[in-house]
Design a protein around this ligand. Sequence first.
Ligand code: UT7
Length: 327
Amino acid sequence: MTIRTKIVGTGSFVPEKVLTNFDLEKMIDTSDEWITTRTGIKERHICRDGENNSDLAINAAKAALDMANIDPKELDLIIVGTLTPDMPMPSVACLVQHALGAKKAGAMDISATCSGFLYSLSVADKFVRCNPEAKILVIGSEVLSRRTNWQDRTTCVLFADGAGAAVVTGTQGEEGIVSTHLHADGSVWELLTIRGLGTAHPVDQSILDKGWQYIEMQGRDVFKHAVKALESVAFEALEASGWKMEDLDLLIAHQANIRILEHLRERLALPKDKVFINIHKYGNTSAASIPIALDEANRQGRLKPGDKVLMISFGGGFTWAGVTMRW
Ligand code: UT7
């Protein structure tokens, strides 16, 4: 008897405030044309003052719990993938646990940048396979706008805010997670980093003067690593699941750049309608990008029972991951 981890509810939430490419044209030396053709992004959502990561996470969680028809008090564990927590301590997961009144749930954050949601989902999967009754809330939530240098046109047009969530539990049916694949390569960490405000470089004027509180990215190098890693983990996950590419019903990949998504679609020989794309509306929301896309695909009716779904991510660290599941 195989125990599988099944997603029983999804939810997402983005801040109300929208920043379009035309707004950015007024702030920095850029153009809607450059951003659209080089990235696929048209607009993104940005937190207003006082709106925090945990607020987004709580709203996404409530939507997922509603869909799952599960009371927060039934939750055993809350995992939040994030690189932009409200504060170093406590975790976002603890703030969510308190706000939801999830009295018996353990709570932790996982730091795996843009792979944060798939890393968290993989941990939840192992937990559920040991305890099929467990009900786990898995969230990806980010406020990247507060780690973005709004003078740096090479990064500020890309990153944005949002949260997505999924509730998982055990099943003996055919549906659920089939395989999970986690990877990392810390040797090239400097290609995508926020150097400052950790314990290596605590708050001090010299750190702020250098802009080390912000995301730094060697875009072209990251692009090359991303396409290679995403393609490789896609094939690895399919092979482990015993699936052929043509069996796949939907690919949900991290929304970092439309050109990465198109490159992947060509390399994997997938038709357009099998690759989920929403980067034009949200930009790159790091750990939130896959659960937001998953929730949209779910609510748009693009996931039918039994569908074969592949999710893949890539981000700073580097980290990359793949998860296959039958819907
Ligand atoms: O989520 C984690 C994973 N992240 C990623 O996967 C991101 C991967 N990288 C990328 O998506 C792309 O490399 C970027 C979108 C970041 C950049 O696109 P690119 O085609 O690699 O551009 P580039 O960095 O090679 O820059 C080309 C030109 C440069 O001008 P010169 O040197 O050729 O005169 C840049 O200064 O475009 C210029 N540029 C801009 N121009 C207008 C860079 N940013 C902008 C901008 N507006 N916002």
